[in-house]
Design a binder for this molecule. Structure first.
Ligand SMILES: Cc1cc2nc3c(=O)[nH]c(=O)nc-3n(C[C@H](O)[C@H](O)[C@H](O)COP(=O)(O)OP(=O)(O)OC[C@H]3O[C@@H](n4cnc5c(N)ncnc54)[C@H](O)[C@@H]3O)c2cc1C
Length: 385
C-alpha cells in the first residue's frame, strides 16, 4: 500500500515541477528541434532543482516518494512539451522505481540517493540488435569467481549519453535471464550514438557493446535467474507510465485544437461552428477522458499493492491508439498549417509515435493481455463497476 506524499506537500511539489516545465523547459522546444540535441547544461539543472529525478524514489533514500497516482499527472505534464525531455525523465524514474521495488538494500543505498538528486543518471538496457523484445537475448553474463563477465550488444538505450548506471538484462545460463548493474566506466563497455529519431528529439538512444566487461558479483540485482520476473514487474508499471505520456500528449493536442478551431475562420465562420469539426473535438475528448479513467484505475490498484499485468498492457495499448487518433485529428483540425512547425501539433504527432515502441510494441501488449485472460485472469472483478 503506497499513500505517497501528504496532499499539501504533493501540491507544492507538483506546482514547482509544472512551473519548471512551462517556464524553463517548454521555451527550449525550437532549439531542441533545430539542433536535435538536448542542451543538458540547461535541462539537467532545471530537472534537478525541481526534483524531477527523485519523484518516485522513496523518501528514506532522499526522493519524494510519490504514489503512482501522484506521479502520473506530473509525467503526463512532461509529455505535453518537447518529447526528448520526457524520455529522459521517464527512463530515469522507471529505473529508479524498479530498483526501489526489487533492488537489494546495498544497491538502493548506493544508487538511489544520487538518482533522487539527479547526480546519478540511469538507463534501462534490454533491447538488442539481433534479437526481439523480452527474454530473447544474446547478451551473456558468465559467472567467474566473484565477478560476472558480460559480452554482447544492446541498442536503442535511452539516456546512453548521460547515464552513470545501466540496468542490463543478460543471460546467465541457457534459459535464465538476470539483471545486472553496469557502471558507465566499466572497462570493455563502449557506447556509441545511433542516428536521430523521428520524434522525442534530442534524447540519445545509443548502442552499447560489452566486451569481456567484468563487474563484481554484487552487481546482480536480486538472485541469479530472477531477471525475467524483475523485467515483467518493471514493465508492468512502466507501461502505465507510457500510457500517462500518451494522456499528456493527447490532452495538449486536444487543448490546442479547441483553441485553433475557435480562432480559424473559413467561409466567414470559425471552423468550431462546423459540426464535422465539433465531432473531431468530441471524439478526441472521449479518448482523453477514457484514458484518464483507465489510468486512475490502474494507479489505484498498483498503489493498493495489486498486480496489474492485464490492465497495464491493455492500458498501454489503448493509450497509444488514443493518442494516435487524437494527434491525427488534431492535425486535421489545424489543416495545412498544422503540418508546418508554426504550431506544436506536428511535434506532438511525431513524439506520440514513440509510445508504440516503448515498453513493447502492440503485438506484445496483445500477447500479454490475452495470455492473462486465457489463463483465468479474474476480469469480472477487474473490469466490472
Ligand atoms: C526512441 C526509442 C527509445 C528506446 N529506449 C529503450 C530503452 O531505454 N531501453 C530498451 O531496452 N529499449 C528501448 N527501446 C527499444 C524498444 O523497447 C523496442 O524497439 C521495442 O520493444 C520493439 O523491439 P524491437 O525494436 O527489437 O522490434 P522487433 O522485436 O524487431 O519487432 C519488429 C516487429 O515485429 C513484431 N514482433 C517481434 N517479435 C514478435 C513476436 N514474437 N510475436 C509477434 N510480433 C512480434 C513487433 O511487434 C514489431 O511490430 C527504445 C526504442 C526507441 C525507438
Amino acid at each position: 500500500m503506497t499513500t505517497g506524499l501528504p496532499e499539501d506537500d504533493y501540491r507544492k511539489l507538483r506546482d514547482a515541477v509544472f512551473a519548471t516545465i512551462w517556464d524553463e523547459l517548454d521555451p527550449l522546444e525550437e532549439q531542441i528541434e533545430n539542433t536535435e540535441h538536448l542542451p543538458y547544461d540547461v535541462v539537467l539543472p532545471a530537472l534537478r532543482s525541481c526534483g524531477a529525478f527523485g519523484l518516485i524514489v522513496p523518501r528514506e533514500y532522499g526522493g519524494s516518494g510519490l504514489s503512482i497516482a501522484q506521479y502520473l499527472p506530473i509525467l503526463a505534464e512532461f509529455a505535453k512539451i518537447q518529447g526528448g525531455i520526457r524520455a529522459v525523465v521517464h527512463v530515469h524514474n522507471s529505473f529508479a522505481h524498479a530498483l526501489s521495488d526489487f533492488g537489494g538494500e546495498e544497491h538502493k543505498k548506493e544508487i538511489l540517493p544520487g538518482a533522487a538528486t539527479g547526480e546519478k543518471s540511469l538507463a534501462f538496457a534490454l533491447t538488442e540488435p539481433g534479437n526481439g523484445t523480452g527474454a530473447d537475448l544474446s547478451t551473456t553474463a558468465r559467472r567467474d569467481g566473484d565477478e560476472y563477465v558480460l559480452n554482447g550488444r544492446k541498442w536503442l538505450i535511452t539516456n546512453s549519453d548521460i547515464a552513470s548506471h545501466f540496468l542490463v538484462f543478460a543471460k546467465t545460463s541457457e534459459k535464465d535471464v538476470s539483471a545486472i548493474i553496469v557502471p558507465r566506466d566499466a572497462p570493455g563497455f563502449t557506447i556509441a550514438p545511433l542516428p536521430e529519431t523521428m520524434g522525442c528529439k534530442g534524447a540519445e538512444h545509443g548502442e552499447l557493446t560489452f566486451t569481456d566487461v567484468r563487474v563484481p558479483a554484487s552487481a546482480l540485482v536480486g538472485a541469479e535467474g530472477e531477471g525475467g520476473a524483475h523485467l515483467e514487474r518493471a514493465l508492468e508499471i512502466s507501461r502505465v507510465f507510457i500510457a500517462a505520456s500518451s494522456l499528456g500528449t493527447a490532452s495538449r493536442a486536444l487543448e490546442l485544437s479547441v483553441k485553433f478551431a475557435k480562432e480559424r475562420v473559413t467561409f466567414g465562420k470559425p471552423i468550431a461552428s462546423r459540426q464535422a469539426i465539433q465531432r473531431y473535438l468530441a471524439e478526441m475528448a472521449a479518448d482523453v477522458y477514457a484514458l484518464r479513467g483507465m489510468l486512475a484505475d490502474t494507479a489505484a490498484k498498483w498503489d493498493a499493492g495489486q498486480r496489474i499485468p492485464a490492465e497495464s498492457s491493455l492500458l498501454k495499448q489503448f493509450g497509444l491508439e488514443a493518442v494516435g487518433r487524437v494527434t491525427d485529428r488534431a492535425l486535421l483540425v489545424h489543416g495545412g498549417i498544422g503540418y508546418t512547425r508554426k504550431y506544436p501539433i506536428e511535434r506532438l504527432y511525431r513524439d506520440a509515435r514513440l509510445n508504440w515502441l516503448e515498453e513493447g510494441t502492440p503485438t506484445i501488449q496483445y500477447l500479454v493481455a490475452a495470455r492473462e485472460l486465457l489463463e483465468g485472469y479474474e476480469f469480472a472483478d477487474a473490469f466490472s463497476l
